[in-house]
Design a protein around this ligand. Structure first.
Ligand code: IKT
Length: 334
């Protein structure tokens, strides 16, 4: 089904997944004029309203009743919410705020959009190298299907990868790109899916194991580490994204960090260091550091929204296929 662009109307945005990041995106969009939040889906239901959904009432319904499917009006309870929301008319773009558990899940959702003939913009904040590689395989189908897909558009990959791609231009050769993140959240329940995905990176765990863990299992694990997760040498798509952009071989990119699930204060300042050799044969390092007061929600959803806007402009110009956060500059959303 074709979602025809109309330059005068606000971009009609849907959010798939209504956990911590989905809810944060809804709040952020409510403060902008050129984007309207019109659709949302969680595991048990979905809601669509062409005039706009209210983030406060959606959050209340979700917290009190467990699904946006209880929204009135516009809510539908369904065990197949994703399949049912895709054919709903009037949505130009979706932010995929879904946990990629199992690791093939986001690619399978994209297949659903393709199978239903949906046209528009999709943006993800996916994390793993192998997950982005699955999406790369879908590129010809995305081109043929008229979908403009932007991948890796959160913080890492996303904001930090794009900063590295920009900083790389001071150099003739990139020797090393090191991303180190510090995330602080008051309680892990606010970001259940994100924390599960982080646990999947710990030694001895994989996505299937993390997905199978009960909330009690996660609490028991966090109790052993005083609520902190120390992540090193993660399988992170910053590497394939920077390689695809021609900046450096993926082996030169490393990602790690610390997540504190019991304290909103960051355990360290998130930064990316780009070390290279200039044309004058000097070795130097650029460092881009995020302000400690910025939250994970701000650093994931803000860039993702900017990439959504960039994707919408590309789509309106007839550019379809797969694009990464290192190939496209996010656009400011008024
Ligand atoms: C990941 O999912 O792989 C890491 C994520 C890191 C987010 C970085 C945010 C940076 C910041 O706000 O300073 C997350 C921990 N899941």
């Amino acid at each position: 089904m074709a979602q025809e662009p109309d330059g005068n109307k606000p971009l009609a945005l849907g959010i798939l997944g209504y956990g911590g990041l989905g809810q944060a995106m809804a709040q952020l969009v409510a403060r902008r004029q050129s984007v309207r939040w019109v659709a949302v889906a969680d595991r048990k239901g979905y809601g669509v309203h062409p005039d706009g959904l209210n983030p406060l009432s959606c959050q209340r319904v979700y917290q009190e009743r467990g699904s946006v499917g209880y929204l009135e009006p516009g809510g539908v309870l369904s065990e197949t919410s994703l399949a049912e929301i895709i054919p709903q008319p009037g949505v130009n773009a979706y932010f995929l705020a879904l946990p990629n558990l199992p690791n093939t899940f986001i690619a399978s959702v994209v297949q659903q959009f393709l199978a239903q003939g949906w046209r528009g913009v999709l943006v993800d904040a996916i994390k793993r190298t192998s997950a982005v590689e699955q999406l790369c395989n879908l590129k010809p189908a995305l081109v043929a299907g008229g979908i403009t897909y932007l991948t890796g558009c959160g913080a890492t990959p996303g904001l930090l990868t794009a900063a590295a791609a920009l900083a790389a231009h001071s150099f003739e050769e990139i020797l090393q790109i090191t991303i180190t993140f510090g995330v602080g959240i008051a309680n892990w329940e606010a970001y259940r899916a994100t924390i599960r995905e982080d646990i999947a990176h710990l030694p001895g765990y994989d996505p299937a194991q993390a997905q199978a863990m009960s909330d009690g299992d996660i609490e028991a694990l966090l109790a052993q580490t005083d609520g902190k997760l120390y992540l090193e040498n993660m399988e992170h798509a910053d590497d394939v994204i920077l390689e695809l952009a021609g900046i450096c071989p993926r082996q030169r990119v490393t990602v790690g960090g610390v997540v504190d699930t019991r304290n909103p204060r960051k355990p360290l300042s998130t930064n990316v260091q780009i070390t290279g050799r200039t044309f004058e044969n000097k070795i130097a390092t650029h460092t881009f550091t995020l302000g400690d007061e910025t939250s994970m929600a701000a650093n994931v959803c803000g860039p993702a929204l900017g990439y959504l806007q960039a994707g919408w402009q590309l789509h309106q110009q007839g550019h379809f296929g797969l694009f990464t956060c290192a190939e496209v500059m996010p656009r400011w959303v008024s």
